[in-house]
Write a protein of this length. Sequence first.
Length: 356
Amino acid sequence: MELPPFELERWLDEYEPDADLMLAESGVRSLPADRFDLDVGELGYVIPTDGAPGFRAAIAERYGRDPEEVVLTCGTQEADYLTFMALLNEGDHSVVVSPTYQSLANVPAAIGDVTEVRTEPPEWELSVDAVAEAMRPETRVIVLTNPSNPTGKYLGPKTMQALYDLAEANDAYLLIDEVYRMLADDPHAPAASLGQRAISTAGVSKSYGLAGARLGWVVADGELADTVRKWKDYTTISPPIIGQHVAQQALGEQEADILEANRAHAKSNRDRVAEFVNRYDLEWYEPTGVNGFPTIPDGFENGTEFCRSLSEAESVVLAPGDVFGYPNRFRIGFGLHTDELEEGLERVGRHIETHS
């Protein structure tokens, strides 16, 4: 199993540490720790290592599933990785909808074979027929993010049901990374509620502003969840005890206040980015969540050139669309603090004007 370099993470490692402003961050601005009780007693493992039974039961209830079908993980990234390791064997085939977060294509490709189903601007609509055409007898899973990272496209219930029916008819699974779902004003039912052939992965990093909690989860049928547990024994053993403690509070009595504030914050900042996009004649799909995927300005060869020159000239970090397979675009994250976003947009605008 050979994994290629994670291009987005390598990009951020190169440019983020010395930058003034980070407009490539893909979550909502982090919440202060002092709004939570952080006293967990001893800093040991979470016992049992797949998460506290009461918390797993609370998460399972959100999906209409049993607690044994929930495994807590160290963030959504681990949830996705462990699910692929539990689900796929050499020779298995996956259908991956793009653009997407790189690991959702590269991990299954490192185990078996992947067919990419590309969506395209301006609406980034997904053709279920195109997914059906990509299916093979050995197809094990259909994979996508919803809402999308990086486009912010949020597929509706009819499309999700059609994808589930397609997966079920082919004895495959439907794996949906839903880490941005709760930023929607009216979130659709989660994928795992569709049936036993659907898998949801999620966590508190993006929608809840708690990236540092490193708390995610997998919701899958009992047999697959048990295999996820076996793989987890070889990675992180248990989720972080402080992260679980904070996440329980965030998904409990504080949830309504957190989501109301984060949705309002995302909408306000999205309006600022929309105004910026219009001012500089860029194109984008107005997103759900806190990521947008605009076209690069005139005068730049591709997203990498634009983002690299911006970092060097203005000390602002964006993510080039090249790392998502769409070189004429860039990803901008607008979940950060509003004053930082405004300063960042001013610098980006200055850079565009300098090169116009």
